[in-house]
Design a protein around this ligand. Structure first.
Ligand code: ADP
Ligand code: ASP
Ligand code: MG
Length: 430
């Protein structure tokens, strides 16, 4: 008998019929004698709908209240799933994050899990129940409801698996694993049987939203066996299905240098021009940006000439207006010449642990993009990734170009469960 945590994403619980399917799948695991904790997301589109309601009230709603609203989506699915499990003849109990004791810090809308109280879950599991816990949410020390950032149910599931020392954490979604790139952009993308934590962490942080980055961090830190697999596949063999996130994959010695291409379309670039070239200016620019809780991604400072330099960085597009306002104030304070920005850039990255031992990856990447006439505005590298900032209109073209340049495609079409995705969610290659 094993203890399994199973997370089902929004599309997988997108209708009552799909919730019934999830219940049937959970029932099969339960029937095999396993203890099961299920973590559903809100129904597809629901979190967006709830957040849009709040925005109708105010353009910048209080984050505490946003979390009160956003967390209700998952409260609906846990109860529906518990009821569906009852209909399958299974004993099941649902709990919200706060009810079950998911303690977080107080950073509303992107809270971090501090501790999980196992008592309630253990008690219900020992009574023979399937335990259904709402993803994406918790409560801080004062009992305020918090949410864990978009895609946060992945993190709830992995954190629960870590706390309960589960045998496996299964992330069921609408694709049957982690692919060499988003299969919605490159239909030739290939499913990976395994990917290392390190690579998955980079892929997630560079925009592959198949797993929320914090869930991968958690899984790596607490050695949770983590698997991504499809909730739409009927004839499945869960023991070897999907993609397993591994610590180290010795079998992959012979494999390509690059494991995948990640991209993020939500980026914006800001530049302060004519910055006095003296110690402390980078801090004077980025300090107020950090104080405003804006995450800065790539940073580039040009070589100074005539005592001044240009300083560029990227932020999430949602933070662009706020960051621009801050920079205009900073410009006056530090005596810079002007401020410029571009809110329509995006970032494309090649990721692979094999890069460490293979030189020439960057030049292959730049050559491929250059040949296609795709201009790079910024470049950043680490041991296992190379990222470039380009104009958003070239994004799909760049992803397909790099996927091909690194030989990641496979001959036949990738296996995709596009069932029921909203049309608007599907990016059709142009
Ligand atoms: P869920 O609602 O189940 O959490 P998400 O939409 O958050 O699902 O994540 C699954 C989606 O991630 C897929 O439909 C796919 O479009 C996208 N995706 C992006 N990059 C990848 C990748 N490298 N491999 C697989 N899916 C990816
Ligand atoms: N429902 C939340 C969201 O849409 C959390 C999740 O789906 O993981 O971001
Ligand atoms: Mg997700």
């Amino acid at each position: 008998m094993a203890l399994i945590v199973q997370k089902f994403g929004g599309t997988s619980v997108g209708s009552t019929e799909r919730i019934r399917n999830v219940a049937r799948r959970v029932a099969r695991w339960h029937a095999r004698g396993h203890q099961v904790v299920v973590v559903p997301s809100a129904m597809a589109g629901e979190t967006n709908r709830l957040l849009a309601l709040a925005k109708e009230m105010s353009p910048s709603p209080d984050p505490r209240e946003l979390d009160v609203i956003a967390s209700t989506g998952e409260q609906v699915t846990i109860a529906l799933l518990a009821i569906a499990l009852h209909a399958e003849g299974i004993q099941a109990r649902s709990f919200t994050g706060p009810q079950v004791g998911v303690l977080t810090d107080s950073t509303f809308t992107k809270a971090r899990i501090l501790k999980i109280n196992q008592d309630k879950i253990r008690k219900s599991l020992n009574d023979g129940s399937v335990v259904v816990v709402a993803g994406f949410q918790g409560a801080d020390e004062e009992g305020n409801i918090t949410t864990l950032g978009r895609g946060g149910s992945d993190t709830s599931a992995v954190a629960l698996a870590a706390a309960l020392k589960a045998d496996e954490c299964q992330i069921y979604t609408d694709v049957d694993g982690v692919y060499t790139t988003d299969p919605r952009v490159v239909p030739e993308a290939r499913k990976l049987d395994t990917i290392t934590f390190e690579e998955m962490l980079e892929m997630a942080s560079l925009g592959s939203k198949v797993l929320q980055i914090r869930s991968v961090e958690f899984a790596g830190k607490y050695k949770v066996k983590l698997r991504v697999l499809s909730s739409f596949e009927e004839d499945f063999d869960d023991d070897c299905a999907g993609t397993l996130i591994t610590i180290e994959d010795k079998k992959r010695m012979e494999q390509p240098v690059i494991s995948g291409i990640a991209f993020n379309r939500d980026e914006a670039k800001l530049t302060v021009l004519g910055v006095p070239d003296r110690p402390g200016t980078a801090f004077q620019i980025l300090g107020p940006v950090a104080d405003a809780n804006i995450d800065v991604d790539m940073i580039i400072q040009n070589i100074g000439h005539d005592g001044t330099t240009d300083f560029s960085f990227t932020v999430n597009r949602n933070d662009y207006t706020k960051a621009m306002k801050i920079l205009k104030e900073v410009k006056e304070r530090i005596g810079a010449r002007s401020v410029a920005g571009n809110p329509t850039i995006c970032k494309v990255s090649a990721v692979g642990v094999g890069m460490r031992s293979h030189p020439g990856v960057a030049s292959r990447m730049f050559a491929a993009l250059g040949k296609e006439g795709i201009n790079m505005a910024m470049i950043s590298t680490s041991e296992i990734k190379i990222s470039v900032v380009i104009d958003e209109k070239s994004l799909e073209h760049a992803v397909r170009t790099l996927h091909k340049a690194f030989g990641l495609e496979k001959p036949q079409k990738s296996k995709l469960s596009l069932t029921g995705r909203d049309e608007t969610d599907i990016i059709t290659p142009s």
